[in-house]
Design a protein around this ligand. Structure first.
Ligand code: GLP
Length: 303
């Protein structure tokens, strides 16, 4: 029997436990870390927190990001772009507005984030770039120092060297603390396109036709207009984060989410590697979790 997913209604205790002391307590039940192994790696239970409505989900995820910056600023925050994250950043901006001036100042002082990915060949000032997206949704509304919001340099003459440089910059900080992740329709996280091994490093790669189709909306609906290449943190850097937070919304992702959590980890579904992480939390709305609901009870393990 696989133990790939536990449905829970709240943040599990082990999620906040410092790495060296984690006990994998989920839903009030002590679980030994799974002894099941996949490709030589330990496979761990993944907790799924399900929200009936997307607004509640965005608020909750935003509160986790805010708390991470205020309480655990030692390591940088790993951030993602995409439609899933738009309401999350809007909720974060609202929550930051509700802080006292002193708290806001502290947040700005402690802020350090590294984004997962960037298109190659898209100018930072181009509204379709992830840099522009982060500036308008995060840096400006939160009043952050842009120097503290890091993204790969998609405009570099040599994007392969830029990827190496970005990995080195991240490594110099000690690596990601909390890593926010979205899910691609083809199972990618960041821009780690299938097939992708769990130790794939930060690199420049070719985007798949499926991803260019998924992201065509920002390019006038034309997949051919979507850049052919991107720089992405690899599964290596993602899995090295202290904690993973995968956010999935909408019925279009129901099938890939169910496969991500149920199938043994495989290069064909890069997101499935999160099963190897000891502190992975999945947050989904009802539509995205629909295929998991059918076979899960609250607090029960998926078979
Ligand atoms: C994109 C990005 C990811 C993003 C994911 C989901 O292609 N590379 O960082 O999280 O795919 O995107 P969306 O939220 O728009 O569905």
């Amino acid at each position: 029997m696989s133990r790939s997913c536990v449905i829970t209604t709240e943040e599990p205790n082990w999620w906040l436990t410092p790495p060296a002391e984690a006990s994998c307590e989920v839903g009030g039940t002590e679980q030994e870390p799974s002894a099941e192994r996949a490709n030589g790696w330990d496979r761990q239970p993944v907790a799924l927190v399900r929200f009936a409505d997307s607004a509640g989900l965005a608020d909750w995820v935003a509160s986790l990001l805010l708390r991470d910056r205020l309480l655990r600023p030692q390591r940088p925050l790993g951030l993602a772009t995409g439609r899933t994250m738009e309401p999350v950043y809007a909720a974060l901006a609202r929550q930051v507005n509700g802080l006292t001036p002193a708290e806001r100042q502290e947040l700005r002082r402690r802020w350090c984030s590294f984004n997962l990915d960037a298109y190659v060949g898209v100018d930072r000032a181009d509204p379709r770039s992830f840099a522009a997206e982060m500036a308008s949704r995060l840096t400006t509304p939160l009043g952050l120092d842009p120097e503290r919001v890091h993204l790969p340099d998609g405009q570099a003459d040599d994007p392969h060297a830029a990827a190496e440089c970005y990995a080195a910059q991240l490594a110099a900080t000690g690596g990601i603390g909390l890593q926010l992740l979205g899910l691609g329709i083809n199972g990618h996280v960041g821009f780690n396109e299938p097939p992708c091994e769990a130790d794939a490093p930060c690199r420049c790669l070719e985007l798949s036709p499926a991803t260019r189709m998924q992201n065509a909306g920002a390019f006038g609906g034309d997949p051919e207009a979507v850049p052919q290449q991107a720089i992405t943190l690899g599964l290596r850097e993602i899995l090295a984060a202290e904690r993973l937070l995968l956010v999935v919304t909408g019925g279009a992702k129901a099938e890939v989410l169910a496969r991500t959590l149920r199938e043994p980890p495989t290069p064909e579904l890069p997101a499935s590697w999160i099963q190897l992480h000891p502190r992975a939390l999945v947050v989904a709305d009802g539509a995205a979790a629909a295929l998991l609901d059918a076979s899960c009870e609250q607090g029960e393990l998926l078979a």
